[in-house]
Design a protein around this ligand. Structure first.
Ligand SMILES: NC(=O)c1ccc[n+]([C@@H]2O[C@H](COP(=O)([O-])OP(=O)(O)OC[C@H]3O[C@@H](n4cnc5c(N)ncnc54)[C@H](OP(=O)(O)O)[C@@H]3O)[C@@H](O)[C@H]2O)c1
Length: 262
């Protein structure tokens, strides 16, 4: 069943910059209160601008409601504390967006074990820990929506200049399968679980860090991802669930209209 986003409480991980920040702003524009969760309380590096407080300030500047909570998604105690803060502040959690992710695009032969393990911890264990932490509240409420931000790296081999690192591809393939399994597990509690991926490359601070200016042709804004995240936030197990798809597919299948106003 589809319901309005207005009045919902949404947790968005990795919302200090990039797609997560755009989704947080998009949810707030639709009238949700947004828990902005990431590690940066201030910009740590000029190549990676953005912080949880800047995102909340932007939400509030546009008349929305946001709460900045520092959280490392690999730290179980920190994730639990973030969810407790959200529940103490708003009393419920309706939507979780597992967006936080990292990549170290090195060949396997040059990849240190600790880098491999960190990518898997952020991209795969993080969504598990955040889902585990919000599910008791969603189950008690009798509805909820979990949105896993995945990547075509999970299923595409990569070609030309678009190669994927083995660890990133593996972590996102695991996230896709996690999405299916969790959707089946929590459907009886009326909770939707879906994965959403960009069809193309979205211009974000994280992408710019690894790709030189001359190779950035055809990059898009996060507008389509925001439109789809808003659509998926409205779902429960009676609506769209267990779907793993790119933004263009959700847009086509459900007749969504993308606004560039993100
Ligand atoms: N951009 C694309 O073209 C593209 C394509 C396919 C899929 N995606 C997916 O879309 C999502 C967003 O990508 P993006 O390009 O917007 O990335 P980005 O610009 O690098 O932003 C990543 C976000 O994740 C947060 N983060 C990283 N490690 C974290 C941790 N341990 N705990 C909490 N937060 C953490 C970062 O915040 P802090 O540093 O403040 O913690 C930041 O807010 C990711 O899941 C990515 O895999 C993106």
């Amino acid at each position: 069943m589809e319901t309005a986003v207005r009045g919902k409480i949404a947790v968005v991980t990795g919302a200090s910059r990039g797609i997560g920040k755009a989704i947080a702003l998009g949810f707030a524009r639709e009238g949700a209160a947004v828990v902005v969760a990431a590690r940066s309380e201030s910009a740590r590096d000029e190549r990676l601008p953005g912080s949880i407080h800047e995102t909340v300030a932007e939400i509030e500047k546009h008349g929305g409601q946001g709460l900045a909570v520092r959280c490392d998604v690999t730290d179980e105690a920190g994730v639990t504390a973030m969810v407790e803060t959200a529940l103490e502040t708003y009393g419920r959690i309706d939507v979780l967006v597992n967006n936080a992710a990292i990549d170290f695009p090195f060949p396997v032969t040059e990849m240190p074990l600790k880098r491999w393990e960190l990518v898997m911890r952020v991209n795969t264990t993080g969504p598990f820990l955040c889902s585990k932490a919000v599910l008791p509240a969603m189950i008690a409420q009798g509805r909820g929506s979990i949105i896993n931000i995945s990547s075509q790296a999970a299923t595409e081999r990569g070609s030309g200049t678009v190669g994927y690192s083995a660890v990133y591809a593996a972590s996102k393939a695991a996230l896709d399968r996690f999405t299916w399994a969790l959707a089946a597990e929590v459907g009886k509690h009326n909770i939707a679980v879906n994965a959403l991926k960009p069809a193309g490359v979205v211009d974000t601070e994280g992408m710019r860090l690894w790709v030189p200016q001359e190779e950035r042709q055809g990059w898009t804004s996060p507008a389509a991802m925001v439109t789809c995240a808003v659509f998926l936030a409205k779902q429960d197990a009676g609506g769209v669930t267990g779907t793993v798809a790119v933004d263009d597919e959700y847009i086509c299948w459900h007749g969504l209209k993308v606004s560039e106003d993100t």
